[in-house]
Design a binder for this molecule. Structure first.
Ligand SMILES: C[S@@+](CC[C@H](N)C(=O)[O-])C[C@H]1O[C@@H](n2cnc3c(N)ncnc32)[C@H](O)[C@@H]1O
Length: 301
């Protein structure tokens, strides 16, 4: 009889991307490590990847980090069945220091589906919510504060740099004009509408919503995402045992470029993946988030 899986479903609905590729990557660790090693999941989210890893490698232990208290609660609930094999730590990965060296470090960057799908978090341009976008609600900087306190030129530069948005100047001008007249936007839907109106009509109805790049840029700035990734790339190789592996899934070119460059140049590491691992056509058809996912790995020398 087929053994019943211990993986439980939770209200935190997030489908992990490239999960079989992550499981395969871990199998590259020496058998001695797989018998008693520890893995840091730097972005535990709802514990989707973590539960698959814990199920597949029954001797591995996981330290799971997240800066979002909702994710911490979801992962704690979901992974409690694994007892002492799991330790959940509420922390930005950039601020973390492990007590001991580990055999694998994994990060699945960016936002989770529940963060996007919960309108109150303010990440979505499709659902109306407050202009928030903080993964860690204890932080001070919200989207409302950012657009209010940043001058037009700087705002345009941020939207261009972190969103690679070619209409950044018009968008920043429109946002600042709206704010000078109305003092604030009512929420993410009205901001998205204003951004869309900056697009020439022929580009407005494309496959990608016109607010996608600007929302990405604001989210990256608010959560300090690029600096946090740079810090992780600098610190994490020191957390690995010799022969240990670091694997990072990124979702946009700014992140992927940083990971690629770091894995190539870092003298503590040897690159494993020359080209990033991407999702199969089948996974892309089931999970649209996987379409932009790029998974790179490196080994500690
Ligand atoms: C894509 S989700 C991870 C999903 C997870 N792999 C799963 O299968 O459930 C990314 C998570 O990383 C968290 N996160 C992003 N940047 C972070 C950082 N600098 N430090 C800690 N957590 C971070 C987010 O709050 C989010 O919960």
């Amino acid at each position: 009889m087929k053994e019943e899986s211990k993986i439980v479903t939770s209200k935190f609905k997030h489908t992990p991307v490239l999960s079989s590729e992550v499981i395969e990557a871990i199998s590259q660790l020496p058998a001695t490590i797989l018998k008693k090693g520890t893995l840091i999941d730097a972005t535990i989210g709802g514990g989707g990847h973590a539960s698959l890893i814990l199920e597949t490698y029954s001797n591995l232990h996981i330290i799971g980090l997240d800066q979002d208290p909702v994710a911490i609660k979801a992962a704690t609930d979901r992974l409690s069945i694994y007892g002492s094999r799991v330790k959940i730590v509420s922390s930005n990965f950039a601020d973390f220091f492990p007590e001991k060296k580990v055999s694998f470090i994994f990060a699945d960057l960016g936002v989770s589906s529940p963060q996007i799908d919960e309108a109150q978090r303010g990440f979505s341009f499709r659902l109306d919510g407050p202009l928030d976008m903080r993964m860690n609600p204890k932080k001070d900087l919200t989207a409302a504060k950012l657009i209010k306190e940043t001058d037009e030129r700087t705002l345009a530069d941020l939207i261009y740099k972190y969103g690679e948005e070619r209409f950044s100047r018009r968008i920043a001008r429109r946002i600042k004009n709206d704010l000078s007249v109305n003092h604030s936007y009512t929420g993410t839907a009205s901001l998205a509408h204003a951004i869309a109106s900056c697009y020439p009509a022929k580009f407005r109805n494309g496959r990608i919503h016109p607010a996608t790049k600007t929302f990405q840029a604001l989210r990256i700035v608010i959560n300090n995402e690029i600096e946090a990734l740079e810090t992780l790339l600098e610190k994490a190789p020191n957390w690995l045992l010799p022969g240990g592996i670091m694997g990072i899934i990124s979702f946009h070119s700014l992140e992927d470029r940083l990971v690629k460059h770091s894995f190539l140049k870092d003298e503590r590491l040897e690159r494993i993946t020359r080209k990033p691992i991407v999702a199969s056509a089948n996974e892309n058809s089931i999970n649209t988030r996987s379409r932009s996912a790029k998974f790179r790995m490196a080994k500690k020398l």
